[in-house]
Design a protein around this ligand. Structure first.
Ligand SMILES: Cc1ncc(COP(=O)(O)O)c(C=O)c1O
Length: 384
């Protein structure tokens, strides 16, 4: 079998056609395609506003800015995440206050949030790891009691839902990623959704240099040459080329999800037979986006570690990944806050035995079988 990459985008003629239209229209940066993508995305998640930007990192930066995060503020978040979730907090010289994850879904542990709240806590920023929604009822409960606002890092979580409500319409602001490996992609891209007019306006203005309303229209027939800078904003707007891809991806988002869910079911069926493996937990009340299939190794039943397991997959022509190296063990956060690995023991322990397998709609049945056979073969070879 040829090498199976860890992730591949699902691009076909519809994306090519949409992008071609954008290229030939003469309007390649933020314009009609971006507006269309925003309107269709807002509808898909049941939010009043959707603001398209060039990454989820930008989306989270803008969301924190719109809610008025300042130097010295605290934002409660998960250590079990990608760099972006906490770096955007540091942009403000605010403090990411890590709260350990619960062992099942590796999302923020609601039982530990309350004790992390201080008078400086401004925001709770949960991450829907791998596409499984965090416990939003419990998070909302703490937030409401303490007058704290919630921004969701939904980089992995489109399309998904929490107790029947689409992620994107649950909290004050939600941030999505359309990075190349994400469930829908625009190459690079992101989206903020909210029902709040004022926050939506602020995000839009700050996404384009802090220029007063509809800056993108200034080169259209109805636009004006005149504009006003109301704040030192950022250059975070999405291009129409990217949005064109997004429009085509959005149309097939549910079909792609169903294909990923089918792969997850095939993996579950095969790997639940092997006591050396812990399959991802599922929860019937939540719609999992199945962005990641996060397998965990029962290391005491194997005579190899995760690194060797990873290498063995590679030898068998399978690309894998690890999600995530917890933020508190990275040099920057260790130096800044003096963390040791055991400060967030669940995050550290689970990271040490996690390995993410390929799960994407471009995989065919033989690819899925290839992964199942390779994993089973490694387990049989190296079980104690
Ligand atoms: C949990 C999480 N949050 C945020 C991001 C940042 O997304 P982007 O690359 O669109 O900025 C990522 C990207 O991988 C992520 O995994």
């Amino acid at each position: 079998m040829a090498f199976l990459p860890f992730a591949l985008p699902d691009i076909d003629e519809t994306e090519v056609q949409e992008v071609k239209e954008a290229l030939q229209s003469g309007w390649i940066t933020t314009g009609p395609k971006t507006k269309q993508f925003e309107a269709e995305f807002a509808k898909a998640v049941g939010a009043k506003h959707a603001i398209a930007v060039n990454s989820c990192t930008a989306a989270m930066h803008l969301a924190l800015e719109a809610l008025g995060v300042r130097q010295g503020d605290e934002v409660i978040t998960s250590p079990y995440t990608f760099a972006a979730t906490a770096e955007v907090i540091r942009y403000f010289d605010a403090r990411p206050v890590f709260v350990d994850v619960e062992p099942r879904f590796l999302n923020l542990n609601p039982d530990l949030i309350e004790q992390a709240v201080t008078p400086r806590t401004k925001i709770i920023l949960p991450v829907h790891l791998g596409g499984m929604p965090a416990n939003m009822d419990a998070i909302r409960d703490v937030a409401t009691r303490h007058g704290i606002l919630v921004i969701e890092d939904a980089a992995h979580a489109f399309p998904s839902s929490y107790k029947g409500k689409p992620i994107g319409s649950v909290s004050e602001l939600t941030c999505f990623s359309f990075y190349a490996t994400k469930p829908i992609t625009t190459g690079e891209g992101g989206m903020i959704t909210t029902d709040n007019d004022q926050w939506a306006d602020r995000c839009r203005i700050m996404s384009l240099h802090g220029i007063s309303k509809d800056a993108w229209k200034r080169y259209t027939a109805e636009g004006s040459w005149y504009y006003e800078i109301v704040a030192p904003g950022f250059k975070y707007n999405m291009t129409d080329i990217a949005a064109a891809m997004g429009i085509a991806q959005l149309r097939k988002a549910n079909i792609m999800l169903e294909k990923r869910a089918k792969i997850a079911r095939a993996y579950h069926a095969a790997f639940s037979q092997l006591p050396q493996l812990q399959i991802p937990f599922d929860d019937a009340a939540q719609q999992h986006a199945w962005h990641l299939y996060m397998l965990r190794l029962n290391l005491d039943t194997l005579n190899i570690d995760r690194a060797r397991f990873f290498d063995e997959l590679k030898v068998r022509n399978i690309g894998a990944s690890v999600h995530f190296i917890p933020l508190h063990i990275h040099p920057y956060y260790r130096a800044l806050y003096g963390y040791t690995p055991d400060d967030f023991p669940v995050a550290y322990r689970e990271y040490m035995r996690e390995i993410s397998l390929p799960i994407y709609s471009k995989m065919d049945e033989s690819d899925v079988q290839h992964v199942i056979e390779a994993v089973t073969d490694i387990v049989n070879h190296f079980c104690r």
